[in-house]
Design a protein around this ligand. Structure first.
Ligand SMILES: O=C(CO)[C@H](O)[C@H](O)COP(=O)(O)O
Length: 224
């Protein structure tokens, strides 16, 4: 079974958690796109729900498939949030932000009663960090933060796209750092967040309630 199929079956399984009347946080990325497409089909079939998108791309996709959107302000707390991940470990800790939407994704996760992660089997790791950790920074401070991250032995790389500095939906930059050697991720996250100009990191350490992982042609459920 292909990676795409694993993403797809995990996404379909997550849609079963969405019930009539729910406010649903909509994640970003290719796995989340399958979930949004499936929810669109279910809305066409009569499901009543409203979505809160975690990125401009997700908002566009959701509108295309007929999902009604509301703002975070109007939603307040969401019933559930469904999102992808770049890596997850046995403690339900995640690296997210490969697609650059980590800031809004973390805000949605924080404001949801129940957080579902959908993933293909390649995302499951024993230790986080083969995937570089995205750190979102404001443009004004980005170069000086890169120097500081060098001093922390994190091998920082400014994210680029089409030969230009990559910008998030919030017009910030992303610095990808190497955290594989770091044992205490909570401490690392605290250190990173304390640097003035760092807006957010892609470490999601406590928010996940359940992971639905496609493996071959089956969905494996990991519950906390
Ligand atoms: O965090 C994310 C975007 O900011 C995505 O959830 C993550 O990158 C996984 O993406 P995909 O489902 O395409 O593998």
């Amino acid at each position: 079974m292909s990676v795409e199929n694993e993403k797809w079956i995990a996404a379909i399984a997550s849609a079963d958690y969405v019930k009539n009347g729910m406010l649903v946080g909509l994640g970003s990325g290719s796995t989340a796109a399958f979930m949004i497409a499936e929810l669109g089909k279910r809305v066409a079939g009569g499901l009543i729900m409203k979505g809160i998108p975690s990125s401009d791309a997700t908002a566009k996709l959701a509108k295309q498939v007929g999902i009604s959107l509301i703002s975070l302000d109007d939603a307040g707390t969401m019933d559930i949030n469904i999102d992808g991940a770049d890596e997850f470990d046995p403690k339900f800790q995640l690296i997210k932000g490969g697609g650059g939407a980590l800031l809004r994704e973390k805000i949605l996760a924080h404001n949801s009663r129940f957080n579902i992660i959908i993933a293909d089997s390649g995302k499951k790791v024993n230790r986080l960090g083969k995937f570089k950790l995205p750190v979102e920074t404001i443009p004004f401070a980005t170069e000086i933060i890169i120097s500081e991250l060098h001093n922390m032995d994190l091998n920082p790389q400014l994210r680029m796209k089409n030969n230009e500095v990559y910008k998030t939906d919030e017009n910030n930059c992303i610095i990808d750092v190497d955290i594989f050697e770091k044992d205490d991720l909570q401490e690392l996250n605290n250190l990173l967040i304390q640097i003035p100009g760092v807006v957010e990191t892609g470490l999601f350490l406590t928010s996940t309630d359940i992971v639905l992982m496609g493996q071959g042609n089956k969905v494996v459920t990991f519950k906390k």
